[in-house]
Design a protein around this ligand. Structure first.
Ligand code: GLY
Length: 389
């Protein structure tokens, strides 16, 4: 039996909550059964969303650079941790090997190398000490370093004519830099991660604590140019997944980089997030969009739940209950939106890619499933094995 599997099941996260831990345990068992079935059906693929309940189209498999290509790998590593069964490790390793086409192809890479290789190579290395996985993680981290704009102190998000663009999602990519800093015993990675986090902290948030999705800088002078809506409703709205990246991303920034300002930002983002989640406990796709047309995004709830549960471990005893109760509110909303039928391969439903457009509204999203699994493990096991820190 796998040693980490044994350690992870030893402790339960303590806290006063309306949600009974045994309900969550039963729920996690259902999630595991579903993932067992889906993994037998799809194996080492890169699922994104389902059509008529099936991942059969693999719409994004053709794009090996697609930002979500690490999430199924991460789910397989989480299943390995839960079960100790090598079949999940084998699928994860096969996917990781396939991702070499992106690492070697280079030209389509972007800032999301963090999402992609933290959940594949870094996870692999943390669990197995595979030297090839370490090398992949370091290549990805060095690539991210190369995207740093020294004029504006930000990591460039996208390619093409987007030299001045950085986005809030990036906060989840920078943990690969703190991992590399430890591996290489080299503070350069930390310096870049901190400068980037400081830039996000300074320019993205408004008075109320809402984050923009996109900020454009002048790439030559580094000056702030403007906030842009991106996947949200408007330039001054509050795209909920962006807010959840802020909650979890700044929490991880505090844990990995150790600046109290990041903890303050994470707490402020968490408060803002929870103040805007309605009675159904499922975030709207944009908290400031007109209420005549409400779109939901369960993936934002799953990501924020992970951040809240991580915050619960580091805030004071008096604050802790609020974070656990808030995470449980979100978890109860997620539970209402899961599909365990034989006809559907994904689990979490009603994710939305973005506010505008209808095509990818209220669909399953692979990252919704990934963060759901991570949140459930965090809720049940105080010493959950994290790939992000
Ligand atoms: N841009 C990544 C996301 O949809 O959250």
């Amino acid at each position: 039996m796998n040693l980490i599997f044994v350690e992870q099941t030893e402790k339960l996260l303590k806290g006063i909550s309306d949600m009974k831990l045994n309900e969550i345990e039963i729920f996690l068992q259902k999630v595991q059964s579903k993932l067992t079935r889906t993994s037998e059906q799809i194996g080492a693929k890169f699922p994104y969303t389902t059509t008529n309940g099936k991942y059969e189209e693999f719409a994004y498999e053709d794009d090996i650079y697609w930002w979500t290509n690490g999430f199924w790998v991460g789910i397989m590593w989480k299943m390995f941790l839960l079960t100790g069964d090598d079949k999940y490790k084998n699928i994860a390793t096969e996917c990781e090997n396939k991702l070499d086409a992106a690492l070697n192809g280079f030209e389509g890479l972007h800032h999301d190398v963090g999402f992609m290789w933290i959940l594949s190579a870094v996870a692999d290395y943390k669990l197995t000490k595979n030297p090839e996985a370490r090398k992949r993680g370091l290549i990805a981290a060095n690539y991210l370093m190369g995207r740093f704009n020294i004029n504006g102190n930000y990591i460039r998000a996208w390619n093409g004519d987007a030299a001045g663009v950085a986005i809030i999602d990036s906060m989840m990519n920078i943990p690969i830099l703190s991992w590399a800093a430890k591996e290489e015993n080299d503070p350069r990675y930390i310096a870049v991660a901190k400068k980037h986090a400081d830039t996000i902290n300074k320019y993205y948030f408004d008075e109320e604590g809402a984050s923009a999705h996109i900020v454009v800088f002048n790439p030559e002078t580094g000056e702030f140019v403007k906030k842009v809506a991106g996947q949200g409703y408007s330039d001054s709205s509050a795209w909920s997944r962006g807010q959840s990246w802020a909650v979890y991303g700044f929490t991880l920034a505090y844990i990995n980089l150790g600046d109290e300002l990041y903890l303050e930002r994470a707490k402020k983002s968490a408060k803002f997030f929870m103040e805007h989640v309605g009675e159904d406990n499922v975030p709207d796709c944009d908290f400031r969009a007109p209420k005549e047309l409400v779109k939901k995004d369960t993936s934002a709830g799953a990501i924020a739940a992970c951040g809240l549960l991580e915050l619960a471990k580091i805030v004071s005893e008096e604050e802790k209950d609020w974070y656990i109760k808030s995470a449980d509110r979100l978890l109860s909303g997620l539970i209402e939106n899961c599909d365990f039928s034989l006809e559907e391969q994904s689990i979490l439903q009603n994710g939305s890619l973005q506010y505008h457009g209808t095509e990818q509204t209220h669909i399953p999203l692979i990252y919704g499933d990934y963060y759901l699994v991570e949140a459930l493990q965090k809720r049940l096991f105080e010493n959950e094995v994290s790939f992000w820190k």
